[in-house]
Design a binder for this molecule. Sequence first.
Ligand code: ADP
Ligand code: MG
Length: 220
Amino acid sequence: MASVTFEHLTKTYPNGFISVNDVNLFIEDGEFVVFHGPSGCGKSTILRMVGGLEDITSGKIYLGDELLNDILPRDRRLAMAFQNYTLYKNFNVYENMALGLRLRDFPRTVIDSRVKSAATFLGIDTVLDGKLKSLTDTQRQRVALGRAIVCHPKVLLVDEDFARQNESRRREMLSDILRINESLKITVLYVTNNYEEAVSLKKHIVFMKDGRIIQEQKPV
Ligand code: ADP
Ligand code: MG
C-alpha cells in the first residue's frame, strides 16, 4: 500500500515562522496529486518533510500503514526529482542510474536488469554507455528520473524546480512522470505554482495558501 496520509502536519521554522499549518490530507495508492499555490505557501516544505530533508515539527505522515516520521530518509520507499538532482558527469548513464542501487548493495544482476528496463521505459537505452556531456537536456532529465525509478519507490516527489528551465522540456518531463504514474503505479506528489498546468492535468488538486489547504478538487 502506497497511500500517503498527513495528520495535523505542521512545520515551524526555528525563527517561529509556521510554513505548514495543520495540514490533513489522504492520498490514495497510485494517485497523481498536484499541490498548487502561490510561492511561499509551503508546497516545497511538505515535499521536503515527506522526503525526510526537513524535520517534522508536529503531526504525522504515513506511507500506507507505516509511520514515516521515525524512518530514516534512505529507508523510505520514495524518490525525489528536484532541480538540484546530482548527476555525476564523470560517470556514464548506466553508472548514474545504478548509483542508488549500488549504495544499497543490490546484487549486480538485479542492478543490471532494473537499469536496463528503466532505460528502455524512458527511451534512453541506446545511450547507457554515453557520458552525460554527450546527452541532451531531456535525456539528462530522464537519467535523473531513471535513477529514481530503479529503486522501485512507492512514491515519487516532484518539485516544480525540476525542469522549469523551458516550456518544452517541462512538458516532456510531465509526460514522462504521467507515464511513470500510470504504467508503474507509483504514487506521485507533484508541485506547481502554474494554475493552468495544475487544472489541465485533471488530477487530484490540493490548493494551498499560507501553509494551509484551502480547497481540494478530485477528478470525477
Ligand atoms: P513554496 O514551495 O510553496 O514556494 P516553501 O515551502 O519553500 O514554499 O516555503 C514556505 C515558507 O517557509 C516561505 O514563506 C519561506 O520563506 C519559509 N521558509 C522556508 N525555509 C525557511 C527557513 N529555513 N526558515 C524560515 N522560513 C523558511
Ligand atoms: Mg517551492
